[in-house]
Design a protein around this ligand. Structure first.
Ligand SMILES: Cc1cc2nc3c(=O)[nH]c(=O)nc-3n(C[C@H](O)[C@H](O)[C@H](O)COP(=O)(O)OP(=O)(O)OC[C@H]3O[C@@H](n4cnc5c(N)ncnc54)[C@H](O)[C@@H]3O)c2cc1C
Length: 452
């Protein structure tokens, strides 16, 4: 084997999922429920590649005292099959907390929800290869017809005609911070790994960028981490807004809204999305808003302000100065500039889905796009392909642009979507394929590392 060959396993698999977070786990639950009902697995060789060592649910931002923002019925399975053994109710029953949970009088905590996800994942370990991130996906074409894909990991090459994209969304990193990422400049997805960098007491001066729930939680957490920490909370707009909690805008999370949204032209979709985006993005809970405002007010009363709000501010320049950072803010209305000196920067800037997932870059000649450039994905989550035979690529939580706000970064659709995905997988008519060969290693791009 020469240095350009991808060493390791070469194997053909019936189904491959990139990612084993909630969306991937929900699909595995559907496959397992089907197997138990029919006494036979629908696919003998289904594998979920997960780059993490476990299925820890946003573990680097699992802060004590935080709750989930969806109803517990929207778990991994209940909307699809309330009799499934992977439900949150079954989890509570097994843990002996069914009655006690009923007395709680508040949503489940994120810590408990994460434990539920771990509990479900642990029962499906035959499906998953942990610590095996997908680095790239290569086309397998004959005379220009795309017939399969080769999924590349550090351990091998896996050929399939049924590929499911369950890899979630990407942390949004504003360009100006790109060169400084690492150490004490990090996205909330890396929060608990990075705030105590180097050990010892926590750094004193922080800047937190963003107005959403994660930014609010990071501000509150940093202020509570030591009595002397200072936080600059930087916002493009007025500051923290309360997210839309009303029933009517939240009807966008009902399954029928996906049908409504999907049939629209791309320009209409984006208008509808803008109208309801504050149900899930760029807003904090009312109690978080109350707590942060009270903290700031008390700071003024005591003459010792630790929470400094910078509204209408864009970050225009970041520079490293010794062990700290200078950050220039420009007021978007007056143009006035302010320079802050901080020891650490937290990007509470949320997540995004690109028009084409980076992992599909090499498949671009076969991918059909909508007018806005994003992937064309049909109602059953099948990515539309041209000049292709026998191959199915499915979007599992990665089709926000075509299916709307409830289909990404939300538990609302994971269970129902799993049913549609499984139906689409079962309907695929695979063709006879050539044996899996080695690919030049130079083609491999480290997408598994693309997310910080
Ligand atoms: C802090 C926080 C709190 C949230 N709270 C809620 C809530 O209360 N309610 C709600 O409905 N939603 C919430 N969300 C939204 C949340 O993202 C989704 O509900 C859910 O996690 C989406 O699941 P997913 O599987 O689609 O994506 P993810 O949870 O992002 O899982 C994707 C998985 O794919 C893996 N992966 C990525 N790339 C690769 C690769 N190349 N190779 C192999 N594996 C890969 C990742 O490691 C990850 O395990 C929250 C999000 C955050 C960040």
């Amino acid at each position: 084997m020469n240095q350009f060959e991808n060493e390791g396993v070469r194997q053909e698999l019936d189904v491959i999922s990139v990612g084993f977070g909630p969306a991937g786990i929900a699909l595995a639950c559907a496959l397992e429920d089907e197997a138990e009902e029919n006494g036979k697995k629908p696919f003998q060789r289904a594998r979920f590649f997960e780059k993490g060592r476990d299925s820890n649910w946003h573990g680097a931002f699992l802060l004590a005292g935080t709750d989930i923002n969806h109803h517990v019925f929207r778990d991994l399975v209940t909307p699809r099959n309330p009799r499934s053994r992977f439900s949150f109710a079954m989890y509570l029953k097994e843990k002996g907390r069914l009655y006690k949970f009923g007395l709680l009088g508040r949503p489940a905590s994120r810590v408990e929800w994460s434990d539920y996800i771990d509990w479900a994942a642990a029962q499906l370990k035959d499906y998953v290869a942990y610590d095996e991130g997908v680095l790239d996906i290569l086309p397998v074409a004959e005379k220009g017809i795309l017939r399969a894909v080769d999924v590349m990991t550090a351990k091998g090459t896996y050929r399939t005609q049924r590929l499911v994209l369950s890899h979630g969304s990407l942390p949004k990193i504003p360009e100006v911070f790109g060169p400084h990422l690492g150490g004490r400049v990090f996205h909330t997805s890396q929060y608990l790994k990075n705030i105590h960098l180097g050990g010892g007491p926590i750094a004193q001066r922080w800047l937190v960028l963003g107005s959403g729930q994660s930014a609010g939680e990071a501000v509150a957490h940093l202020l509570g981490a030591a009595p002397t920490t200072q936080v600059h909370s930087v916002h493009r707009g007025v500051g923290f807004r309360v997210g839309q909690l009303g029933q009517f805008p939240n009807m966008a999370f009902l399954p029928e809204h996906v049908d409504y949204f999907h049939q629209l032209e791309p320009a209409r979709r984006s208008k509808v999305f803008d109208e309801i985006r504050s149900t899930n993005y760029a807003g904090v809970d009312a109690d978080e808003s109350q707590a942060l405002y009270s903290f700031m007010y008390e700071g003024e009363v005591c003459g010792h302000q630790r929470l400094n709000l910078h509204a209408w501010s864009n970050v225009v320049c970041v520079e490293k100065v010794g062990g700290a950072y200078s950050v220039v803010l420009r007021d978007s209305n007056t143009g006035l500039e302010t320079t802050l000196y901080v020891d650490g920067i937290v990007l509470g800037t949320g997540y995004e889905q690109l028009a084409v997932p980076p992992l599909l870059t090499l498949l671009q000649p076969w991918l059909l796009r909508d007018e806005d450039g994003s992937l064309s994905v049909d109602r059953h989550y099948r990515v539309d392909l041209q000049n292709s035979e026998g191959l199915q690529i499915l979007a599992n939580g990665t089709s926000e642009k075509t299916h709307g706000i409830s289909d990404a970064q939300s538990f609302s659709m994971v269970a129902l979507r799993a049913q549609r995905l499984m139906d689409a997988l079962l309907a695929t008519q695979p063709r006879q394929l050539a044996p899996v060969v080695a690919h030049p290693r130079k083609n491999l791009r480290a997408h598994a590392q693309a997310r910080p």
